[in-house]
Write a protein of this length. Structure first.
Ligand SMILES: Cc1ncc(COP(=O)(O)O)c(C=O)c1O
Length: 435
């Protein structure tokens, strides 16, 4: 080992570049981080789309500490603890009507794997075991495990990893800058892109397709907001063919779009919802799959002493995560945070769209408290311009996230208007400086 930074192989990071000029956080509270050299940094991305209630919230901190002291761990297979049931109940209360069974995981990626397996097993249990195909969407992000990258559609996350799952296909993505650039909120054009599912049905036959998975708002690929009517059309086509619809709400869950789930914001109820991140405010790793009652009921067959679904994790419903989750949901309720994005989205959208016309800005997209600012790539150096903006903002006291040449914003839902002004002001300066 040469330096203290050598041993840690960092995820989704340019390791060599980072280790030459590390960016370290040491403390966090409310809307801010502090670096190891004491600089305050405004959090424009809720950590990584997860700290929806802001940092170091007292109820959550206390709940985790108390739980660790009272009971550190309980096995989740054939045993349980009360907070697991309480949290499942609370999550089900927030979910769309009829979606009231909650299966706990430890991350968004695990939620995706769980939902895909649930979909396959569901069809098999009901005697349609030939429905083995899983359909994703181009530019989709569903975590990094093999199921998730198979149905996902971001090439860099897929190309190094062999053949992945068999029997997977993809519908077209919805990004259409020629018609929709600088849309405020949901773009007007593109509902018909959902018809691409009919193309795959014609190719494979509906009887072979188990499920379709999409993010209501595609986040990691660069904030693609669903065109008006698109998700409704997808739902209709799934219903027509007996295909399960999975919404991956790892980013959109827990208030990001102005309601508890994107399903409610966009008025479309899927069969399964995957979530994570905001479930525990990012404080303890936890994810969940929320299923329709009818899916759960389908599994509840056969002799009662037999396990119905051969799936689960050592840390499913971990006591610390459940304690954090309960305190998080209480904090959201106390402070009205799950609808705060709806209240602030007008101000946020207006501020964001003032960046139109600045150097390199070719599109701005928004919904709730999510924003995307797409920049034209530098010739021969994709992603470099946005990364320079990221560095400039970080040095100026603002944390943003970039993916390719798109800047993504998803601030904690406790954000105030002056923070929005600061985010947009810092970005404007950075965009002019980096050019
Ligand atoms: C839509 C979506 N699904 C899945 C994941 C994976 O979550 P995790 O990183 O917790 O595994 C993410 C992470 O950003 C996501 O945005």
């Amino acid at each position: 080992m040469n330096t203290p930074l050598d041993a840690y192989w960092m995820p989704f990071t340019a390791n060599r570049q980072f280790k030459k000029a590390p960016r370290m956080f040491k403390k966090a509270s409310g809307m801010h981080y502090w670096t190891d050299d004491g600089r305050q940094v405004l959090d424009g991305v809720a950590g990584l789309w997860c700290v929806n209630a802001g940092h170091a919230r007292p109820k959550i901190v206390q709940a985790i500490a108390e739980q660790a002291a009272e009971m550190d761990y309980a096995p989740p297979f054939q045993m349980a603890h009360p907070k697991a049931f309480e949290l499942a109940h609370k999550v089900a209360e927030l979910a769309p009507a009829g979606m009231n069974k909650v299966f706990f995981t430890n991350s968004g990626s695990e939620s995706v794997e769980t939902a895909l397996k649930m979909a396959l097993a569901y069809h098999r249990v009901r005697g349609e075991g030939q429905r083995t195909r899983l359909i994703g969407r181009e530019r989709g992000y569903h975590g990094v495990n093999f199921g998730g990258i198979s149905v996902g559609g971001m090439v860099a996350n897929r190309k190094m990893f062999g053949t992945m799952l068999g029997g997977v296909d993809h519908i077209r993505h919805t990004h259409d800058p020629a018609r929709n650039a600088f849309s405020v909120g949901q773009p007007a054009h593109g509902a018909e892109l959902a018809e691409d599912l009919e193309r795959l049905v014609a190719l494979h036959d509906a009887s072979t397709i188990a499920a379709v998975i999409v993010e209501p708002v595609a986040g990691s690929t660069g904030v693609l907001v669903p065109p008006v009517g698109y998700l409704n059309r997808l739902r209709e086509i799934c219903d027509k063919h007996g295909i399960l619809l999975i919404f991956d709400e790892v980013i959109t869950g827990f208030g990001r779009t102005g309601a508890a789930f994107g399903a409610q914001t966009f008025g479309v109820t899927p069969d399964l919802i995957t979530c994570a991140k905001g479930l525990t405010n990012g404080c303890v790793p936890m994810g969940a799959v929320i299923a329709r009652q009818s899916i759960y009921d389908t599994f509840m067959q056969g002799p009662e002493h037999l396990i119905e679904f051969f799936h689960g994790y050592t840390y499913s419903a971990h006591p610390l995560a459940c304690a954090a989750g309960l305190a998080t949901l209480e904090t959201y309720a106390d402070e009205g945070l799950l609808t705060r994005a709806a209240e602030l989205q007008g101000y946020f959208a207006e501020a964001l769209h003032t960046l139109k016309g600045l150097p390199s800005v070719i599109d701005i997209r928004n919904v709730g408290l999510v924003g995307g600012i797409e920049l034209s790539p530098r010739a021969g150096a994709p992603a470099a311009r946005a990364f320079d903006v990221f560095l400039d903002c970080f040095n100026a006291g603002l944390l943003i996230r970039t993916t390719g040449d798109t800047i993504a914003l998803s601030p904690p839902l406790i954000i105030e208007r002056q923070h929005i002004d600061q985010i947009v002001g810092t970005l404007a300066t950075a965009l002019k400086r980096v050019a």
